[in-house]
Design a protein around this ligand. Structure first.
Ligand code: MYA
Length: 423
């Protein structure tokens, strides 16, 4: 969960992009130092991967911690159009912004349902705080269950997202109360691990990734302040630089269909197996995450390459809008989601072949995203993305995305991923 934009060359050169600009001393993390998370200063210690703290369900509080007078716990019914609109409005006004407050995520209800009503979802994990008198929704946190593999161990984890506190209630230590409540609800279900991402530095990232952006509609990105005009360049040159063909080039490329689910799950399992950390998808989960819902605004785009009846490649991207705060317009932002290719699975590993293939696939993804009228295409510096970012004209953004595990100690993860959590 982070919000970023293209960075000026000047910022890169002055080192503004350096990591850890938000980092504090361990002792300054009054809340996080009480939680089962790895601490700063313990890096490098040789330890085996595994849980930090063991507990029993019967020792977990049956009731939530009380809130300060005037506020009460609720669960939100995301099936209800009125209630999901309340979550939408809270996030639309108060969720993640970039450092200069030019953009703020605009998670439309279709995206919120896709993100929070994945297989295994339960209403009790859609946790809200209301003002008792006005009934206004003023804070929110959510989780869904995921199977996450770290090296050779796979475990159930609560993937926490959409933590938000109304701007007027900031700095009052409500966030720790929300985090403890989603922890308690998870623990009562026998779930002891958590997975989350944030743009801020907390104790202690298991992996850190940078956002990259590839302009699809450079004029609009420039007009709203997302993409600076590089010194010495002209707008026409930028437009030409980011021009794309009308049609895709990969032979056998087509939209993913329901009949492809098992093949995609099999291919993804083998491809993601190359990384230290990745989710494991059941068929039902792949269906949810990758197949667009009929008769609702499109959130997810997924494509396969079929060669003689065999699925050899797969890629997907989703769209989350960002509000352009100054002019009430929105940017339609594509985020590269999961992908997999047989080209990365040959024995022995053939990196040049994978590089060629990924560049072809991602170029087609850019063409398809542009055709879907999206304005910019984002990708992180994880998975095998280093093989195509430069060639596909992605530029470094001004933010980072830190990956965290709750109650799990793991030696540092390189490259590994859970692309889903960039939501
Ligand atoms: S990341 C997106 C978070 N949302 C936003 O950035 C939206 C805009 N900001 C806000 O709404 C508020 O500023 C928030 C903080 C709500 C972020 N993750 O109440 P406070 C710590 C974790 O006085 P506020 C996402 O959704 C901070 O270091 N902790 O502060 C994933 C300090 O602790 P410490 C954070 O500004 C969320 C304490 O909170 C974050 O009013 C994953 C201050 O509290 C953050 N993003 O509210 C949550 N930001 O003193 C963890 C600040 O120690 C899940 N803080 O420094 C853990 C796993 C749980 C499940 C476990 C299952 C077993």
């Amino acid at each position: 969960a982070n919000m970023l934009k293209n960075m000026n060359l000047a910022d890169i050169m002055t080192g503004l992009a350096a990591s850890g600009k938000n980092a504090k001393d361990m002792g300054a993390y009054k809340f996080w130092q009480t939680q089962p998370v790895p601490k700063f200063g313990e890096e490098g210690a040789k330890v085996e991967d595994g849980p930090l703290k063991m507990q029993k369900v019967e020792d977990i509080d049956k009731e939530p911690q009380p809130l300060v007078a005037g506020f009460e716990w609720v669960t939100v019914d995301l099936m209800d159009d009125g209630e999901i609109k309340e979550v939408y409005e809270l996030l639309n006004g108060h969720y993640v912004e970039d450092d200069e407050a030019m953009f703020r995520f605009n998670y439309i209800p279709e995206v919120l349902r896709w993100a929070m009503m994945a297989p295994g979802w339960q209403r009790k994990y859609h946790i809200g705080v209301r003002a008792s008198q006005s009934r206004k929704l003023v804070a929110f946190i959510s989780a869904i269950p995921v199977q996450i593999r770290v090296r050779d161990k796979t475990f159930t984890s609560s993937e926490v997202n959409f933590l938000c506190v109304h701007k007027k209630l900031r700095g009052k230590r409500l966030a720790p109360v929300l985090i403890k409540e989603v922890t308690r609800i998870s623990n009562l279900d026998g779930v002891w691990q958590g997975l989350y991402t944030a743009g801020v530095v907390l104790p202690r990232p298991v992996s850190t990734s940078r956002y990259y952006h590839r302009a699809l509609n450079w004029k609009k990105l420039h007009a709203c302040g997302f993409s600076p005009l590089p010194a010495g360049s002209k707008p026409e040159y930028q437009v030409r630089k980011y021009a794309l063909p009308e049609t895709t080039a990969t032979k056998g490329l087509r939209e993913m269909q329901d009949k492809d689910v098992d093949a995609v799950v099999g291919l993804l399992k083998r491809y993601l197996g190359r990384y230290d950390m990745a989710p494991e998808f059941a068929a039902e989960e792949a269906r949810h995450w990758f197949l667009p819902k009929k008769d609702s605004k499109q959130v997810i785009w997924s494509y396969v390459v079929e060669d003689n009846g065999k699925i050899t490649d797969f890629f997907s991207f989703f769209c989350v809008e960002s509000s352009i705060i100054k002019n009430n317009d929105v940017l339609r932002v594509a985020y590269l989601f999961y992908y997999a290719s047989e080209a990365g699975l040959s024995e022995p590993f053939d990196k040049p072949a994978l590089k060629t293939r990924l560049n072809a696939l991602i170029n087609d993804a850019l063409i398809l995203a542009k055709r879907a009228k999206l304005d910019v295409f984002n990708a992180l510096s994880l998975m095998d993305n280093a093989l195509f970012l430069e060639q596909q004209k992605f530029g470094a953004g001004d933010g980072q995305l830190h990956y965290y595990l709750f109650n799990y100690r793991a030696s540092p993860i390189s490259g590994g991923v859970n692309a889903k959590n960039q939501l």
